[in-house]
Design a protein around this ligand. Structure first.
Ligand SMILES: Nc1nc2c(c(=O)[nH]1)N[C@H]1C(S)=C(S)[C@@H](COP(=O)(O)OP(=O)(O)OC[C@H]3O[C@@H](n4cnc5c(=O)[nH]c(N)nc54)[C@H](O)[C@@H]3O)O[C@H]1N2
Ligand SMILES: Nc1nc2c(c(=O)[nH]1)N[C@H]1C(S)=C(S)[C@@H](COP(=O)(O)OP(=O)(O)OC[C@H]3O[C@@H](n4cnc5c(=O)[nH]c(N)nc54)[C@H](O)[C@@H]3O)O[C@H]1N2
Ligand code: SF4
Ligand SMILES: [Mo]
Length: 752
């Protein structure tokens, strides 16, 4: 039974967490007031980035968090955390938390507090009316990679199987869609192959469009623990913190990665530095790829990337001579007009040089949000729960069977992607939108149009921790949500490791976990019957486990949350047949030197040790296409190219959480800054600290000039954490992944 509302609200005062372990000595506190004496400690995986650090949360006698410290025993972070992790509890206590549902009186009225009963009635009345008037597919949701996977799964199932919706997507589209599609096409399944031990096991680490010093600081710490004297190459137009710490920085022209990667492949073939046996046994399409590469000689590649030919040869030398080469990519690759083929050009390099399935190797996409992997597998948006194919009748039947559903309830096709949902709202085809844990009005590309489009909706629901986000302020209905630390469930990190999040704080006022909100909406909608088995997050975990059976992400060998927590997280695959045995018995994985194979301590595993990929023929595919020019090139009127990305390790996206911490605010600029090359600044008469006006064809922003040669001449950099940035960006999308190309558009810069 789904608990009734008053019970749900009351339950917030119930027990905080299931397994409190007494460890007062662990944190060595001296004399502290009784109120602050920790009575117990539990562990929880961090809810910001995809690194998945484990935090020890120290609790008072009532089971409420007092403070936290990084977990020394966790195989991911080994006792480390970045500033956001240390400050993870602070945003929960922010004064602008949404504490009651808020409903707008009419289209022009103000948001005013209402009861949950009234809010649920407003939700169902409006969504049902829109469906009645405009058809079942005139409703949509946009969600997130930042809630637990049980919540994602319930949302996707409720919307598609219960409410009869089709069009839904999440902010993972802004972030990981490219990796998802690239892996699926190349390997046959969305399967990042690596384990973090690979950071330490590599002889050469090649980072492409990634700035882990800022964006994944604890992964970077793992790189710093590498004892093999590795080459560290950073391919990035900017001399980022990571590039400055590298042994080789390759400052290519923005969006020339595809040409560069084909140029390297060309030289590796010419040099005979390819693993013919591996290619013959485990891949398809190599001969066609070699023919294609003929048109990427070093002179062309040097001219198009702006790099000296000597740099190309140095890179090839590193890849050809180092025994264990790993390739790591993030948003500099994924956010591009030709992102999928660029990611696959990286995969091709790893395949042709046999750098996959061995310690310290791999074509490794670093994920973004804490549960981007969860949303890729269980978001039920682009693929069916568990990475199943929506179009495959056997898959639909399998999922329906586990869930006790009529298979006819499962749509046979996938709905629109994020940008297509917005376009459909613009056309009047979609009329009601439900947004969960994402802040589109700030983070979407070409923001002004996004805001205009959201303004056209008949009904906009925003479910968030804060009623103050740019998007929540536009809502007709705000549903107050509990955040990380106020609820439980599972997150999946970048290396496919499941980790548990614990409830260590009470949500304020009437805020409820997203899980409870979805349950209430199911009841109010009248489809609660379908979700009787979805009682608690852990009950849903058991359902998802069954759905994962026989998929590459099979984790049927995991017993329960306690099993995950006690094991320091567990990486998929973890099928039932080997769940009780050691990792050595797992197909497709081999222990590296750091691996401990004790039955309950299966800490580090990678994929593809046996060279078997997930396509029906067991082979990985070489996939490629000719490079295309970037859609909006600088010209006389808009002579600069705008790059955007993460500004500091203390800032998280649109700032709704990190801006609430006084500590984090001290660690980063609180106003928008623009990085500009000294030569350009001088030409424009801009000094350090001056205000600069930045214009694109879509909008303007004012920023404080930071004059620095970390950016190239003719390029500027803006951190994405300020809402003015996406007023400027140009809406281009990768054709395969439909991921926005946030990192390239033409702008003009002037002193106002
Ligand atoms: N502190 C902090 N950490 C975060 C986040 C955060 O908001 N704050 N967000 C998390 C999320 S969701 C994500 S997705 C990750 C993102 O992590 P990253 O992708 O590492 O971060 P970005 O700064 O977006 O982009 C990385 C780099 O791409 C470079 N770049 C731009 N254009 C190109 C190009 O054409 N080619 C190449 N090779 N490089 C290019 C940029 O100069 C930038 O340095 O970070 C995660 N971690
Ligand atoms: N120009 C530019 N724009 C970019 C990028 C870029 O590099 N450049 N990067 C893009 C990328 S990679 C990403 S991932 C996106 C991120 O873009 P968004 O997803 O829009 O950014 P966040 O600030 O993380 O928004 C998450 C929201 O969820 C809320 N929230 C947090 N936890 C919970 C919860 O448990 N439940 C509920 N209901 N709400 C919760 C927070 O308060 C916040 O409002 O931005 C993209 N935008
Ligand atoms: S590196 Fe990521 S997971 Fe680790 S503490 Fe920082 S934000 Fe949290
Ligand atoms: Mo992201």
């Amino acid at each position: 039974m789904i608990p009734p509302l008053d019970e749900l609200l009351h339950a917030r005062t119930g027990p905080m967490t299931a397994d409190m372990v007494l460890h007062p000595a662990d944190f060595g506190l001296g004399r502290v007031p009784a109120r602050l004496q920790p009575a117990a400690t539990t562990t929880s995986v961090c809810g910001f980035c995809s690194t998945g650090c484990s935090l020890k949360i120290h609790l008072n006698a009532a089971g409420e968090a007092i403070n936290l410290s990084p977990d020394r025993d966790h195989p991911v972070n080994l006792g480390m955390a970045c500033p956001k992790g240390w400050e993870a509890l602070t945003p929960l206590a922010a004064p602008d938390r949404a504490t009651t549902p808020l409903l707008r009186a009419g289209k022009s009225g103000a948001l005013a507090p209402v009861s949950w009963e009234r809010a649920l009635a407003a939700f169902t009345e409006n969504f049902k009316r829109v469906q009645r008037d405009h058809g079942p597919h005139s409703i949509a949701f946009l969600s997130t990679g930042q809630i637990v996977m049980e919540e994602m799964a319930l949302l996707g199932a409720l919307f598609k199987f219960g409410m009869g919706g089709l069009h839904c997507d999440s902010n993972t589209r802004q972030c990981m869609a490219t990796s998802h599609v690239a892996y699926k096409q190349s390997f046959g399944f969305d399967a990042p192959p690596f384990t973090y031990a690979d950071f330490e096991e590599s002889d050469a680490l090649i980072f492409i469009g990634a700035n882990p010093c800022i964006a994944h600081p604890i992964m970077w710490q793992r790189v710093m623990m590498n004892r093999r004297n590795p080459e560290i190459v950073v391919i990035d137009p900017r001399a980022t913190e990571t590039a400055q710490a590298a042994t080789l920085h390759v400052p290519l022209r923005p969006k020339s990665d595809l040409t560069l990667l084909y140029g390297l492949a060309h030289l590796l073939v010419a040099r005979g530095a390819v693993k013919r046996d591996f290619i013959a046994a485990h891949t398809s399409g190599f001969n066609e790829f070699v023919k294609f590469l003929a048109s990427f000689p070093p002179d062309r590649v040097a001219a198009e990337t702006g790099l000296p030919e000597a740099t190309l040869h140095r890179l090839v030398e590193i890849i050809a001579t180092r025994e264990r080469v790993s390739f790591w990519w993030t948003m500099g690759v994924n956010q591009s007009h030709e992102a999928t083929r660029t990611a696959q050009a990286i995969i091709n390099l790893a395949l042709m040089t046999g750098n996959i399935g061995r310690p310290g190797t791999g074509a490794n996409s670093i994920t973004g949000q804490c549960n981007a992997m969860g949303s890729r597998l269980f978001g039920n948006a682009t693929s069916l729960l568990g990475g199943h194919d929506t179009a495959n009748p056997a898959h639909r039947e399998k999922v329906a069977d586990v869930l006790g559903l009529d298979p006819a309830r499962i749509p046979e096709k996938t709905g629109y992607a994020y940008d297509q949902i917005l376009d459909a709202i613009d056309r009047g085809e979609i009329r009601a939108l439900w947004m969960i844990a994402t802040n589109t009005a700030h983070s979407w590309i070409n923001q002004r149009r996004a805001q205009e489009i959201l303004g056209k909706l008949d009904f906009l629901v925003v479910q968030d921790m804060y009623a103050t986000t740019e998007t929540a302020r536009m809502a007709d209905l705000v549903l107050p949500a509990a955040g990380w630390g106020e609820k439980e469930g599972v997150l999946i990190n970048s290396e496919r490791r499941l980790g548990v999040v614990r409830k260590v704080a009470r949500a304020p006022g009437q805020a409820l976990s997203d899980f409870a909100i979805f349950q209430l909406i199911a009841e109010a909608w009248g489809c609660g019957e379908l979700f009787r088995a979805w009682r608690t997050p852990e009950a849903v975990f058991q359902l998802l486990k069954k759905i994962s059976a026989a998929q590459p992400c099979d984790f049927t060998g995991i017993r329960d949350y306690a099993h995950i927590a006690d094991s320091g997280g567990i990486q998929w695959p973890f099928p039932e047949t080997v769940g009780a045995q050691s990792c050595c018995a797992l197909p497709g994985s081999k222990p590296g030197p750091q691996q401990d194979c004790a039955p309950t301590d299966i800490r580090q595993r990678r994929l593809f040790a046996d060279g078997k990929f997930f396509h029906p023929d067991g082979r990985a595919k070489f996939l490629f296409d000719p490079p295309r020019p970037m859609p909006e090139l600088p010209d006389a009127e808009y002579p600069f190219l705008l790059l955007t990305g993460r500004g500091s390790s203390a800032q998280w996206h649109t700032g709704s959480r990190t801006d609430k911490s006084a500590v984090l605010r001290k660690l980063a600029p609180t106003v928008l800054t623009v990085e500009i090359h000294p030569d350009d600044a001088e030409r424009l008469g801009l000094g350090a600290g001056d205000q600069a006006e930045i214009r694109s064809r879509r909008g303007t922003a004012t920023a404080t000039a930071v004059v620095t040669a970390t950016v190239q001449r003719g390029q500027i950099f803006l951190p994405m954490h300020f809402d003015a940035v996406n007023r400027l960006t140009f809406p281009a999308f990768d054709p395969h992944s439909r991921q926005p190309s946030y990192k390239a558009c033409a702008v003009a810069v002037a002193k106002p």
